[in-house]
Every structure is written in structure tokens, then in C-alpha cells.
Design a protein around this ligand. Structure first.
Ligand code: GDG
Length: 526
């Protein structure tokens, strides 16, 4: 890495921007219509919703991959966002993305729930692709600009970018957990990843524990001094007298900035009469069971979908529940379908659904209503409204936005959230019913407790949860991260967009097209 310095000068022949976001995926998808014309479809997931207002307030640019191999495009403007595509070859998609990102880093960073695969050719491709993203960002960032790098696919970008453009202020946000030293140490390239991240001025994590896992790895593996939330990175200072060489440090901030959602936007959708009508229709379609339990996840082994099905299936076989009492609706949106561990998981889950339904469904009621597709956001909100209980049983999760979305939608202050202790959201949402999803007996009891909970208790808990989620929304998240960046280098202030009220969100959504984030594009960070 640092042994191959590339002295690309700050861009002169490119359009440049004061604020640049770098992420694996662009906020637009490349599509071709029936006439063969290229169209770029806006795909606002959580990250796009978070960063779009910051982009507009600062005339920013977004550097990323368009989601298909071998596409080369010049930068262009799409609906107010300056898009800077980075091409990936088919082989890079296999090695850097499906390989190193999704089959090495993802399982390693999620407590090795599935065994990570280590291949040197995947690593080589990761380095190459990260260097390409950094070069592209270096070309389009203006002098003294701010670059915000997103997520685990891009961990070497901060260092490469700093080598190319020391004038920039660089932020990094990790959307997934950062593992404890004992697990992180497995990675053959562990020091290189740490050095890559330390190219940033501010490194953001979801939970305080993630930030301390990172600092501990830096202390043990690189020997740098850390004093929470700071890490002192030694820098070469050739101008210093010999006696003082090696003493100069660059101070990096590593701390938690829990991500959130557009809470007012979700509540505004839920207040629409047509979405409430759809929620009633969903319950009727299920045969009006007394309790609707809902799970919404990408089909991923980190989400604990098997554990929740096991618990629910046992409640039916024990006779503690019948299908007239409760239906489990599981939305499992398609994800990473070319990675083997995901294919195996899908087979396993679908076998389980088939068995449970075969054993317990009646002509009028299913046990598990299972959906392997993506839905428009309106339908997701109707589902949240229709559900008495939201079941989040992740075995490890950076944050889990679904938990926050369910709360934001419940303006009636009813509904119970069952939330895994292993989701980042559990640090904030203490009034949820917290569970250890590995403890199937405990999970069964918690489901029964949620079903039987008196309305008064449900409302007390939901009100406390709503205060947190409405107050700590995504605008606050981006504002606090950007404020931390400007503290590092005063003068590089990036305008943070103002927080939206529910009334403003309602006015916005009634005057515009439905906020359809396109079925099938649920991935926030991956
Ligand atoms: C990563 C981290 C962290 C899901 N299915 C559909 C759909 N979704 C939306 C949800 C939610 C998002 O996708 C999923 O976000 P999560 O946070 O639950 O999970 P990851 O995708 O794993 O996200 C995670 C997040 O990054 C942010 O930092 O919280 O820990 O793993 O917004 O609503 N949306 C639509 N249709 C679907 O079928 N429209």
C-alpha cells in the first residue's frame, strides 16, 4: 500500500466537489428499458436517504459502482446528485465483492457465524479496487474538501486517499460491527486493514463496543497509543531534528455514531389513510389471527431467521399457540444470491417453512406467511402497522434499521418490539423486550410475554421507544458525524440538513410521488 505511492495531483481537468461520498454502490441502478435505452433508477435505501440531503446542501458527488460488471460511464448528474461511476470487471465482482467483502469480511465481522474464507487473490483484488475508488475520489474532490467513505468494502480507501490528497478531511463510517481482537486477529491482512482505516480523521462505528474493539486491535497489533476516543498515529517528520524524529503523531478520532432512519418520513407514510387501509387488508388476508408477528430481513445468516422459526414452530408443537392465535409473517428479501452460504441458508429456511406449514396450517390459516421478495416502502409500512409484534432476532447486527422503522411507524404507540441483544439497536432501545436469540426457550417465553402483554404496558414501552427514535433520527446522525469531522479540521464545515418534523414530511410526501424505493433494493450497506 504505502510502498506504491501514486502522486496523482489534485484534479484540474475534472469537475470537483467540496463534499464527496464514497461507497461500494451508487445511489442509482443502471437499467436498460425495452427500447434498449440506458436509464438510471434512483434507489434510495437507508444510506441514500441519510446522505442525499447533505449532498444537496453542499453540491456533493457520489463515487461508487453501478451494480453491474464492465460498465464504463462518465460522471453525470441524476436528480440533483452528481454521480461518479467506478467500473468493476466480472472477475473483480467475484473476487473483491462476492469474495473478500461478502465471504471474508462479512462473516468475520459478524462473530464468524459462518466460516470466513481467506483467499490471497481475493485480497489482491480488494486492494486494487480500493485503490481505484480512492483515485476516483481524489480526482473529484476539491482542494481542502471533505470525503466521507462508507463501510467495510472500502476500508483501505482512507489511507490511499490520504497518500494521494493530504489536503482532504476524511471520514469513514463502518455500518457493520467491528469484531473483538480475538476474532479480528484471524484476518491474514489485519494490520493492513487497520492502517487503511487510520488514514481517516474520524472513524465512526455503530456501538461504543465496536469503537473499543477497533482501538484495542490498533493498540495490540500496531502498538499505537490510544486514549478514548483518540488514536495517535505516528507520522514521518523528516524536517524534525534527529532527536525528535518519530514523536510526531496524527490524532484520529474513533467513536460511535449510531445510525438511524428518516423517522418523520416513516411516520408520515403510516399516517396516510390508504396505507392504514392496506394494513387492515393484510390482516384480513391472513385470516384475522389474534396476533400478527412480523420479521423483515435480508435473507442473511446474521439475522437469526432460523432461530425465530424454530421458536415459533415449537410454540405451535407445544400447543402454547395455534395458527388461529398467531401468524408469523416473514419477509426475507433476496440477497447475495451467488454466494454459497446464502444459497444454503435459503434452502434451509424454505425447508423449515414448508415443514411448519405442512404440520400446522389449516385451510383458513397459515403458520408462516413467507415472502422471498422485496416490497415497495409503502407496503413495508403497511406491514409494520399490521404487526402486533416485531421480531428482530439477529445473531449479530451493526444496528438494525428495521427495529427503528417499526417504532417510527407506530404513531398509535401500540405494538411490541422483541429485539436481539446482539443488534446495535439494543444499546439504545432499552424499552424493547431484549432477547438472546440463541436461547430458544427464552425466545419462546418472550414471544408469549409479548402476546400476553396488557395494552397499558405496551403503550408505556412504545412511548419510550418512540421518544428515542423520533429524536435521534438520521439527520442527527449525519449532523453529528460531520460536526466531528469539522472539529478535527476547523474551517472544513459541511452544511448538515435540518431535522424534519412529521408535518413537514407529510406535506412533502403528499406533494410528491410515492417514496417507492423499488422492490428488491433493500440493502442499506451491502
Ligand atoms: C446494514 C447493517 C445497519 C428490507 N427488505 C425490504 C426493505 N428492507 C429495508 C429495511 C431497512 C433495510 O432494508 C435493512 O436495514 P438493516 O439495518 O435492517 O440491515 P442491513 O441491510 O443488514 O444493513 C445494519 C445498516 O447497514 C445501516 O447502517 O443497521 O446493521 O447490516 O431499511 O426496511 N425495504 C423495502 N423492501 C423490502 O422488501 N422497500
Amino acid at each position: 500500500m504505502s510502498e506504491h505511492p501514486d502522486h496523482t495531483p489534485p484534479a484540474t481537468e475534472h469537475e470537483t466537489y467540496g463534499f464527496v461520498v464514497v461507497s461500494n454502490r451508487l445511489p442509482v441502478d443502471h437499467t436498460v428499458d425495452e427500447n434498449g435505452d440506458v436509464k438510471w433508477e434512483h434507489s434510495p435505501g437507508g444510506l441514500v436517504t441519510a446522505l442525499e440531503p447533505v449532498m444537496r446542501a453542499n453540491d456533493g458527488a457520489w463515487v461508487g459502482w453501478a451494480g453491474k460488471p464492465d460498465l464504463e460511464f462518465e460522471p453525470f448528474e441524476n436528480d440533483g446528485i452528481n454521480v461518479v461511476p467506478v467500473p468493476l470487471s466480472e472477475e473483480e465482482v467475484q473476487r473483491y465483492y462476492e469474495g473478500f467483502s461478502n465471504d471474508t469480511l462479512w462473516p468475520l465481522y459478524h462473530d464468524v457465524i459462518s466460516a470466513p474464507t481467506y483467499h490471497r487473490v481475493w485480497w489482491d483484488s480488494y486492494v486494487l479496487v480500493n485503490r481505484r475508488f480512492a483515485q476516483r475520489a481524489a480526482e473529484v474532490a476539491e482542494q481542502d474538501g471533505v470525503v466521507w467513505v462508507q463501510d467495510y468494502q472500502m476500508q483501505l480507501v482512507p489511507q490511499f486517499l490520504r497518500e494521494l490528497r493530504p489536503d482532504l478531511t476524511i471520514g469513514f463510517f463502518n455500518h457493520i460491527p467491528f469484531p473483538p481482537l480475538g476474532i479480528f486477529s484471524q484476518l491474514p491482512w489485519r494490520e493492513k486493514i487497520l492502517e487503511g482505516l487510520l488514514g481517516a480523521d474520524v472513524i465512526g462505528f455503530q456501538r461504543a463496543d465496536d469503537a473499543s474493539n477497533f482501538s484495542r486491535s490498533v493498540r495490540h497489533l500496531l502498538g499505537y497509543a490510544t486514549t478514548r476516543p483518540y488514536i495517535d498515529v505516528p507520522v514521518d517528520d523528516e524536517s524534525a531534528p534527529l532527536s525528535r524524529r518519530g514523536r510526531k503523531v496524527r490524532r484520529v478520532v474513533a467513536k460511535h455514531f449510531p445510525i438511524s432512519i428518516d423517522s418523520a418520513g416513516f411516520e408520515a407514510l403510516a399516517r396516510k389513510p390508504e396505507i392504514q387501509a392496506r394494513a387492515r387488508e393484510i390482516r384480513e388476508g391472513l385470516g384475522n389471527p389474534k396476533t400478527v408477528i412480523l420479521g423483515v430481513d435480508r435473507l442473511d445468516y446474521t439475522k437469526g431467521i432460523r432461530h425465530r422459526m424454530k421458536a415459533f414452530g415449537e410454540l405451535l408443537s407445544d400447543g402454547r399457540l395455534s395458527v388461529e392465535d398467531a401468524t408469523l409473517v416473514q419477509v426475507a428479501s433476496p440477497s447475495r444470491e451467488r454466494v454459497e452460504a446464502y444459497m444454503a441458508l435459503r434452502d434451509e429456511i424454505e425447508l423449515t417453512v414448508g415443514r411448519i406449514n405442512g404440520d400446522y396450517a389449516t385451510m383458513s390459516h397459515t403458520a408462516i406467511s413467507y415472502h422471498h421478495h422485496g416490497y415497495p416502502r409503502e407496503e413495508m409500512v403497511a406491514l409494520y402497522l399490521a404487526a402486533d409484534i416485531m421480531l428482530v432476532t439477529a445473531l449479530r447486527d451493526g444496528m438494525n434499521l428495521v427495529a427503528k422503522e417499526y417504532i417510527a411507524v407506530r404513531f398509535d404507540s401500540d405494538g411490541v418490539l422483541i429485539l436481539s441483544e446482539f443488534a446495535g439497536a439494543a444499546d439504545e432501545l432499552r424499552s424493547a423486550l431484549l432477547v438472546n436469540p440463541h436461547d430458544i426457550g427464552g425466545l419462546k417465553n418472550t414471544i408469549m410475554r409479548a402476546i400476553e402483554m396488557p395494552r397499558r404496558d405496551r403503550v408505556t414501552r412504545m412511548r419510550a421507544l418512540r421518544r428515542r427514535v423520533l429524536d435521534n433520527d438520521v439527520a442527527k446522525w449525519s449532523a453529528s458525524f460531520l460536526a466531528a469531522l469539522s472539529d478535527v479540521r476547523p474551517g472544513h464545515r459541511i452544511a448538515a440538513p435540518p431535522k424534519k418534523t412529521v408535518e413537514e414530511a407529510l406535506a412533502e410526501s403528499s406533494g410528491s410521488e410515492p417514496a417507492d424505493d423499488g422492490a428488491g433494493t433493500p440493502e442499506t450497506a451491502a
